[in-house]
Every structure is written in C-alpha cells, then in structure tokens.
Ligand binder design. Sequence first.
Ligand SMILES: C=C(O[C@H]1C=CC=C(C(=O)O)[C@@H]1O)C(=O)O
Length: 418
Amino acid sequence: MKQPDELRQLPWPLATINLSPSARLRHLVTGALRTGRPLAVWREPGTVHPRLVVARTLEAAYTGLPPALDATAPAGFAFFPFRDSDHNPALFLPADVLFDVAQPTTVAVATAARSLIPALTAWLAMTPVESTAWPYSTQPAPHAATKAEYSALVRAGVAAIEAKTLVKVVSSRAARWPLAPDFDPLVAFADLCEKYPQAFVSLVSVPGVGTWLGATPEVLAEVTADGTFRTMALAGTQPLVQGQAPNTAIWRQKEIEEQALVARYIVSCFKQLRLREYDETGPRTVAAGELLHLRTDFEVNLRQVPFPNLGTDMLRLLHPTSAVGGMPKQAALDFLHRHEGYDRAYYSGFLGPVNLPVAGVSRLYVNLRCLQLRPSEAILYAGTGLTIDSDPAREWQETELKLTTAGAVLHPMVSSSV
Ligand SMILES: C=C(O[C@H]1C=CC=C(C(=O)O)[C@@H]1O)C(=O)O
C-alpha cells in the first residue's frame, strides 16, 4: 500500500540499538520536547503498539479547515478544539517524523522535514537523557464548577428544553486534580493503553497549547483501507457493574431518547449529502472502561456510492455532534457558550491520524475522557447529555464517573514499561 508521501526511512543507529522499542519512543519524544516541536503519540483501539508523529515546527501545525479525509491529502495528526479560537487553534501536525513502536528499526522522515535529518540522526545515536518539561497551556486554568454550579447549569438546560429552545444539550464541566510530583505523561499514556484496550489513547503536546492525554471510546469519522466510511452515535451512560454482560443492561427512556437523537442527527447529515446507501447497526450496549453506553454504528461502502469526498464532508457536518453539543446544533452551541462558564478547549473537539499509517486510512475520534496537564495538577473534563427528564444530582454523578476514566492514571499504578 502507498506510504504517506515520500518518506525517507532512517535506520535506528547502532550506537543506541540496545534501547527497547518503548525506550526509543521516549527518546524521540524527549528530542521533540527539547526542540519545541509539536508531537502526538497514539494507540488505536484493539492494537498494542503506539505511533508517534512529530511536526517540524509549531507554525507547520497551524491549520484552517478540518482535514480532508482522502488518500491524496496530507498525512498527519489532527487536533481540533471544540470551538476554534485564538487560544485554542485548530492543529494538524504534519507527519514530518513518524515512528511506529511495532517497527522500531527505522524512523521515517518526510520530504518537507529533510533538513532535520542531520540533527535527528545525531540525536538518535545519543544516550537518552532525562525528559524535559512538557508544555503547558498559556491560558489560566479553567473554572472548575462546584456541584451547586453544575446543578444550576443542568437546571438551565432542562428549562431551555422545556421552553422548546432546545431538544437536547450536553453540558460539561472541568475538574482540577492534583498530580503526583513524579507524574510521567508517557507512563500515564502506557497505563491508559493497558487499562482501556478498546479505547483510542492519545498524548498530544504542543508548545503554547499544552499537553493533553485521553482514552476516548467515540469514533467521529473513520475511513478504512477497504474503502469503508464509519461513524457512530454514542450516548447514554450507566456504570458497568462488575461481572455484568453489557448486553443485559437495561436503559431508561431518557437514555434511549438521548442516544436516538444523536443517531437521528447522523442520519440527517447523510440526508443533507443526499446519501441513502448506508448501513445502520444498533443501538446496542457497549462498554467503555467502567461505563456502559448505547451505540449505533453507521457504515458506508465508499466503492459503491458516488461520493468520493464523503469522509471529508461528513467530518465537516458532524463536528461537534449532538453527543457533545446538542440539538438543534447552533442553538445548543449558543446555550453552552452563554451558560457553561468555562472554556472546553480541546475537550469534545476531535483528534486522530489522517492518511496514517498509509494513505487512504484516517481515524478521527471525539476527544472525550481526557485531561490537560498543568505544572502540578491535571484539568479533567466530562459532560452529560441533558433531556427534559434530567436530574441535576444524577448528571453530576455521571460526570464524576466519567472523570475517573482518564483520572484513573493520575495516581501511581502498576508499573509500566515505557
Ligand atoms: C460528553 C461525554 O460523553 C458523551 C458520550 C457518551 C455518552 C454521553 C452521555 O451519556 O451523556 C455523552 O454524550 C463525556 O464523556 O464527556
């Protein structure tokens, strides 16, 4: 299959050949941090080995439009905020330097980054040094809502639904958790990979923007090697009871409706594009860490429909989906802008590889169950879909549960190899 455009494979030098694949990843990450370059490390659901992309410069990572999901578009890692702003720029880290832990004998360098080769070659041959500091956002820490404040937000959402201004809205909040003094983002990343084998696990670090870590269950838009487009409607939450088979879960009317609205929104996007040939499976109950959700999967065989740009068009229509914004979309976004009282930044934005590891394969996820690192604390984020039947205490409890997905790795866990 075609590789992303013209990569030059640098062999891993003999001088440091004894480094394990994960030590090589760490060495490359340290190099990127020390030279102030944006980087993204990710591990795809159901796989074991992470990949790394390093962009040649910060400037090269700024972008305007959402990425194009076609095989001829640039390869890289997209990192988009919930809402574009100067504080939270849309980013696309070009795959200038690419490392796959599954193929640790080479490091790939793109043509645009050829000038990095001499310094990179020298760095690879050097004995690894201690990691340097990870970048933090230059913005002040967002306000962390109290239970009373969050309950007031939920009540305002329910009132807007009762008044028929909105059908559904997904309110959210930030929480501040202390970090252990020896907290290591790469160890936390490895812990997330181990704890959530079916999640898309990511660690993204960009000078001035900050460092984000997460394990999300929600696909936003995916184009696979066999020419399939996929998306999903994920909503409704309940705790996974130890030993319970997900398919035995019983859902309340409230969650069934909440999820059905997300599915309906996706169908309306297909309709806008006049696409009728899609497969819809579900809703069924799926586990995401310690939680259960309702999920409907949508699939389109791109080889059988006259829509070569379906992935790109759907991405632009879908974000932000009603699983993180609401319905009607614009009214829900306006409500959140007015009432939520904090900046979501990259939480509930989207992220993931485009045309990686090969052209024609892209996997974008909604940035949920994530946190942002700051010098001695992490900012965690969680939201809940509100409907007319929402109860503030239950919604607060649901956010508490969601916070524990990423929060689980903030405290020392079983040792990990990275
Ligand atoms: C907004 C979040 O989750 C979304 C995805 C699944 C279930 C959800 C819910 O039950 O409200 C949310 O729509 C979050 O994790 O912060």
